[in-house]
Design a protein around this ligand. Structure first.
Ligand SMILES: *[C@@H]1O[C@H](CO)[C@@H](O)[C@H](O)[C@H]1NC(C)=O
Ligand SMILES: *[C@@H]1O[C@H](CO)[C@@H](O)[C@H](O)[C@H]1NC(C)=O
Ligand SMILES: *[C@@H]1O[C@H](CO)[C@@H](O)[C@H](O)[C@H]1NC(C)=O
Ligand SMILES: *[C@@H]1O[C@H](CO)[C@@H](O)[C@H](O)[C@H]1NC(C)=O
Length: 512
């Protein structure tokens, strides 16, 4: 009898294990919709990503939740808009905030991260690469559901002198193991760095370990080679017809191939959902050192399509049929809801979740009607519903910044749209049809029936959205040089602690 019960339990659990797929999210940094061959880049330098798309499902209508890295990443991991999860600022109207090393805030304890929920369900979680949800000790990944980490809390900006500004630390799990430009080189002259190689090895060794242990895993692979200063390892330098940015893309493409190959060789490919996307649009401000947003208007930092639409591919051999394209409107927050659905975990019911599960889109091509909200800081700038996108506010950046050469829409000017003062179109939104006009150049005539119909449908959505909206406590208002990376966890062991200045909090300045 006992033996029989034991056997039944065993078979129940082994079937259960089998039915819970591994989740692998590949999140690129500042990579644009137009950077992949499959999305039309003329250089055709992404053979592995193009192959991944042909073996899976391409999402041409996939979005971030904010056109900047930290809020986008916080949204992905919480399934919630930055205005709800606290990754925004109220220091000024409609400003993008993020987590530089002066930031005091970070991901709130009240938020439930995908990593935390999957950990409870028995998943082993690893983050490789950039975190960007706050760097004070309480905000780091191992405090929020991840079991393993190799990478950094912040962008790889620098080099710094460690006197006025410390170099950014690189972490293994919950301790620093060195710093960028000291122990982890990025040559600012040549663009050479071995970091993508390291990030790839960390991913493949984790997959091998988990496949061996037959324990489901969540791997959040977030390399940052396409974020300024862009870098590639020696064998990729000077290979792309696009220059150094293209070299970085080629190396990431190669790495994606290595990781997918590892899923095959370890026998877990058909039990792993891989989703490839990016955190925000390409940084056009970097000109030829930045990526491409294809036909879309402007780039990173803006709520035009170029700032928010992302390359996206879902891959799951045996479950997602090859060669598909889905025009489902998707967002990074859907990765939260989809992963929970696949893991058989109920999403939290005590809060609003902005993601939807894409499971039946993956499996049956199901389409769900849902809006996309375009936020910049504390302001709802625009809403997409179907093909219609209504802008309530239009702004690129200020004249002052433009005069300093900071241009988020280089070579592009749409009167009253790519504006250098904040335009309030709340009473009469500017509406574009993204099917006929993906580049947001030709506004619908407000007198037309088409405009009236689109406007009333979208206003209905906005009303409901605002009724349901409880903003989280803003995390990106306060800065302090004392919280910079003077003495990160682990620095004592390395005898590499620096002395912080005394605390002197100030309101962070977010110019755009
Ligand atoms: C960067 O590379 C150049 C050319 O190889 C070399 O001369 C220079 O020393 C390198 N810089 C650093 C900081 O390693
Ligand atoms: C990258 O690794 C190679 C091989 O170990 C080494 O020769 C090279 O100096 C490294 N490059 C950097 C920038 O660290
Ligand atoms: C995955 O592939 C392996 C080996 O080809 C096979 O034994 C297994 O049944 C497949 N699993 C699923 C979920 O399709
Ligand atoms: C924008 O315009 C609307 C409608 O005129 C007005 O109610 C609102 O206060 C304005 N918002 C700001 C921040 O000026």
């Amino acid at each position: 009898m006992i033996i029989l019960v034991g056997f039944l339990l065993f078979s129940f659990f082994s079937e259960f294990e089998c039915s819970r797929p591994n989740i692998l999210i590949m999140l690129m940094d500042d990579m644009g919709w137009g950077d992949l061959g499959v999305f039309g880049h003329p250089s055709k330098e992404t053979p592995r990503l193009d192959q991944m798309a042909s073996e899976g499902m391409l999402f041409p209508d996939f979005y971030t939740a904010n056109p900047l890295c930290s809020p986008s990443r916080a949204a992905l991991l919480t399934g919630r808009l930055p205005l709800r999860n606290g990754f925004y600022t109220t220091n000024a109207h409609a400003r993008n905030g993020y987590t530089p090393q002066e930031i005091v805030g970070g991901i709130s304890d009240r938020e439930l991260l995908l990593s935390e929920l999957l950990a409870l369900a028995g998943y082993r979680n690893k983050i490789v690469g950039k975190w960007h949800l706050g760097h004070q000790a309480q905000y780091l990944p191992l405090k929020h559901g991840f079991h393993e980490w190799f990478g950094s809390s912040n962008c790889h900006f620098g080099p710094y002198n460690d006197k006025s500004t410390p170099n950014i630390p690189v972490f293994r799990n919950d301790e620093m193991i060195g710093r960028y430009y000291e122990d982890f080189q990025i040559n600012r002259t040549t663009g050479e760095s071995n970091l993508t190689i390291l990030f790839t090895e960390e991913a493949t060794s984790f997959i091998k370990k988990q496949a061996q242990a037959q324990q489901p895993f969540f791997l959040y692979w977030a390399p940052d080679a396409t974020h300024a200063p862009v870098y590639a390892s020696r064998s990729f330098l000077d290979k792309s017809e696009r220059g150094l940015y293209g070299d970085a893309v080629r190396e990431l493409d190669f790495s994606v191939g290595i990781i997918l190959d590892t899923l095959w060789t370890t026998g877990v490919a058909n039990n792993t959902l891989v989703f490839f996307t990016s955190d925000n649009g390409a940084a056009l401000v970097s000109k030829i050192m930045g990526g491409s947003n294809g036909p879309f208007l402007c780039g990173k930092e803006t709520t035009f399509e170029g700032g928010m639409r992302e390359p996206a591919i879902a891959w799951w051999p045996g479950t997602i049929k090859p060669g598909q394209v889905s025009h489902q409107l998707g967002t990074v927050m859907d990765l939260f809801s989809t992963a929970l659905d696949l893991a058989g975990v109920e999403p939290p019911s005590d809060r609003v979740i902005d993601g939807i599960s894409l499971k039946s889109t993956f499996i049956d091509g199901k389409m769900t009607d849902r809006p996309v909200f375009y936020y910049r800081g504390n302001e709802l700038m625009a809403v997409r519903l179907g093909f219609y996108k209504a802008h309530f506010w239009c702004w690129s950046n200020s004249w002052e910044e433009l005069k300093q050469g900071i241009d988020f829409c280089p070579g592009e000017k749409v009167e009253g749209i790519t504006s250098h003062q904040q335009m309030n179109y709340t009473t009469q939104p500017k509406i574009f049809h993204l099917g006929r006009d993906p580049g947001e150049k030709y506004t619908l005539n407000p007198k037309s029936k088409e405009y009236q119909k689109a406007k009333s449908a979208i206003l209905e959505i906005v009303k409901e959205h605002k009724n349901n909206l409880t903003p989280g406590k803003p995390q990106l208002n306060w800065c302090d040089k004392a919280v910079m990376h003077w003495s990160p966890p682990g620095c004592k062991k390395l005898k590499r602690c620096l002395t912080p200045p005394s605390p002197k909090p100030y309101l962070c300045s977010w110019p755009h």
